[in-house]
Design a protein around this ligand. Structure first.
Ligand code: EPU
Length: 428
């Protein structure tokens, strides 16, 4: 068991390099299964637990993976001869649902454990299933395993998503790029990682148009080949460092970012009184005053991302005046609030609304990372707080943030990973 020990009150300054996007990479690795010939070389891959877990799942299926450099691997999937992914690792992560679309596209069938992942609310996959069925697959669930089978082969279809879903959009793209004919996804998700996965599939020879808009057209092809690809920078990791910089009244330059992908967080930080300078692939965030409270509503891209709601709530907790957060995507994404209250925050949660009255300061306490982004929020809180904070259950953080303690130490934070014998809180 490990914890982070943080001594708060240090201003962050200097530069930090942002890694590849977790939520793109966790779809690109399963997508490699669709490759019929050659090797896929994937660069700018974040070094995080979710990626290690997927590498293990692919290896167990028969893929050969070689490390080319720190954040680059080559994957040869031509040795995969199984459409069944039901090992324990599959249960651990949400993104294992992408194995369904990829195996279905490649073999016309798949058997995959129901996905796990962060406990942030009910996480249905009915829209994924609706898409697979529209493509001609029969879907059943037996003993916790999702079984999909298209005996007569997948056929292109028109699919209207009832909710804007990143996972369903990508999963349908994965299966549809090998279906016969044309598939149209309407009300598709527009997140940068959706576009990145489409770009990767196109680099393998797929024919996908419109990714990044709400109508995506996929013309099925019957052959995909290896390619070299570099994963898009992680806008959520970048946003987390932007918030940490502002919260510590620091001056931090982020390297390897796409400023356009960060517009929602940039706009909110400016509204709060933070100074932002955008370069071509850099962003400088500086702040030398107490920030003002603002209201945020989480929405699908290009709206304010739910994945930054928890880290931003820490900055709002110490900003001047009242802020209101409306969480529209996940109904249980306020579990971190009880932890923040232990540090002196004044926040009331009612349903999907959090009402925050800014306090002058937070004070260090022993807190728990209840999920991935809650963990990032607790780290930001520890950096801001007076005195020492410990954050436990940091395995959630390791799932999605590369080397967070080293990156923060490089900016002047006082944060250490320590071993602990204490029994950890378990996410329910
Ligand atoms: N939804 C349905 N039915 C479905 C799918 C989704 O009703 O079949 C609903 C969900 O309940 C939710 C909304 O649609 O209310 C959006 O869900 P979406 O499918 O977009 O979420 P996801 O694909 O499961 C991804 C990210 C999440 C991120 C959301 C929203 C991955 C692996 N996960 O989840 O990331 O919060 O999109 O942007 O890409 C994180 O990184 O911390 C994280 C939780």
């Amino acid at each position: 068991m490990e914890k982070f020990l943080i001594e708060g009150g240090k201003r962050l300054s200097g530069s930090v390099t942002i890694s590849g996007a977790k939520n793109a990479a966790v779809a690109i690795l399963p997508a490699v299964i669709l490759c019929d010939e050659g090797v896929c070389k994937i660069d700018n891959l974040p070094q995080i637990e979710d990626i290690y877990c997927l590498e293990k799942i692919l290896t167990d299926l028969g893929a050969k993976i070689e490390k080319e450099s720190k954040d680059c691997i080559s994957i040869d999937c031509t040795g995969i001869n199984s459409y069944i992914a039901t090992g324990d690792d599959v249960k651990k992560m949400r993104a294992s649902y992408y194995l369904i679309g990829a195996l279905l596209g490649k073999y016309g069938k798949a058997e995959v454990y129901f996905p796990g992942g962060c406990s942030i609310g009910v996480r249905p996959i009915d829209q994924h299933i609706k898409g697979f069925e529209a493509l001609g697959a029969k879907v059943t669930v037996e003993h916790g395993i999702i079984k999909v089978n298209s005996e007569e082969g997948l056929k292109g279809a028109n699919i209207y998503l009832d909710v804007v879903s990143v996972g369903a959009t990508i999963n349908i793209m994965l299966a549809a790029c090998r279906a016969k004919g044309v598939t149209i996804i309407e009300n598709a998700a527009k997140e940068p990682h959706v576009v990145d996965v489409a770009n990767f599939l196109n680099a393998m020879g797929a024919n996908i148009k419109g990714a990044g808009t709400d109508v995506i057209k996929i013309t099925g092809v019957n052959y995909l080949k290896g390619c070299d690809y570099s994963v898009v920078p992680d806008q959520i990791e970048a946003g987390t460092y932007m918030i940490a910089a502002a919260a510590t009244r620091g001056d931090v330059t982020l390297i390897n970012v796409i400023p356009k992908h960060l517009e929602a967080i940039t706009a909110k930080l400016i509204e709060m009184g933070v100074d932002i300078e955008e370069g071509e692939d850099t962003i400088r965030v500086s702040c030398n005053r107490r920030t003002r409270g603002v209201n945020i509503k989480t929405l699908p891209y290009p709206g304010f991302p739910t994945d930054l709601q928890q880290p931003l709530s820490v900055l709002l907790a110490v900003s001047e005046g009242r802020s209101i957060i409306t969480e529209n995507i996940w109904e249980a994404r306020f579990k971190h609030v009880d932890e923040l209250k232990r540090m002196g925050a004044n926040i009331k949660v009612e349903g999907k609304i959090a009402l925050i009255e800014g306090v002058d300061k937070l004070t260090g306490a022993d807190v728990v990372a209840t999920d991935l982004r809650a963990g990032a929020a607790m780290i930001v809180a520890g950096l801001v707080a007076e005195g020492c904070t410990t954050v436990s259950s940091i395995r959630h953080i390791d799932r999605g943030y590369e080397n967070i303690e080293n990156k923060l130490s490089g900016l002047g934070a006082n944060i250490k990973r320590i071993k602990t014998e204490e029994k950890e809180f378990e996410c329910d």
